[in-house]
Design a protein around this ligand. Structure first.
Ligand SMILES: [Zn+2]
Length: 193
């Protein structure tokens, strides 16, 4: 038998049950996850909500699904660059084939994995910091160079240990060679080791 639903505010049993649709939206590429949810309304005091805790687990799972879809979308975006999955996995010390498994839905990213992919998508040059084991001076110079050369946005990852940045005025080729940061084939800074 169904448990009596009572209003958590006034204790009334005069409750109306309503079905509703909840759409979780991503910031990326119109990715959405849709769920049918239950909403209650108290006809005595007007309070509305999930009085019977029926939606919480459902929406938690929907949130995971949205994160999985986002991760898949971003990995496909990274795949279009020339940077290899193997190279990224090596730099970030992820188990081999992690990105492929996430992309194909063979395994689901953890919350940390999802965050990592979002961060790499936004700041792809962090791979170079990872390559250098986050050596402090190297990281300082890297950030300074990115700022100085305005390499921060519209990064297009490319192969050969570097990436290319295009903006309205110029195309920068940016890569590291041993511990030297190169822009347009000219060394611009040296990471001290
Ligand atoms: Zn009420």
């Amino acid at each position: 038998m169904d448990r009596k639903i009572i209003c958590p505010v006034c204790g009334s049993e005069n409750i109306t049950k309503k079905k509703n649709i909840r759409v979780l939206k991503s910031n990326y590429n119109d990715i959405t996850v849709t769920r049918n949810i239950i909403e209650y309304k108290c006809n005595n005091c007007g309070e509305t909500g999930d009085f019977n805790n029926e939606n919480r687990l459902l929406l938690t799972k929907a949130g995971y699904e949205l994160k999985t879809k986002e991760t898949q979308y971003l990995i496909k975006k990274i795949e279009k660059s020339k940077l290899s999955f193997a190279g990224i996995e090596r730099s970030l010390e992820l188990p081999q084939r992690t990105l492929t498994k996430w992309k194909n839905g063979l395994s689901k990213p953890t919350a940390a994995g999802h965050a990592l992919i979002r961060i790499i998508n936004a700041f792809p040059w962090l791979i170079y910091a990872a390559d250098e084991k986050y050596e402090e001076n190297f990281c300082k110079i890297l950030v300074h160079s990115i700022d100085k050369y305005n390499l921060f946005t519209e990064a297009m990852l490319c192969g050969g240990g570097g990436f290319t940045i295009e903006d309205e005025n110029s195309i920068f080729s940016f890569y590291t060679k041993n511990t030297t940061i190169m822009v347009e084939n000219k060394p611009i800074a040296f990471a001290s080791i």
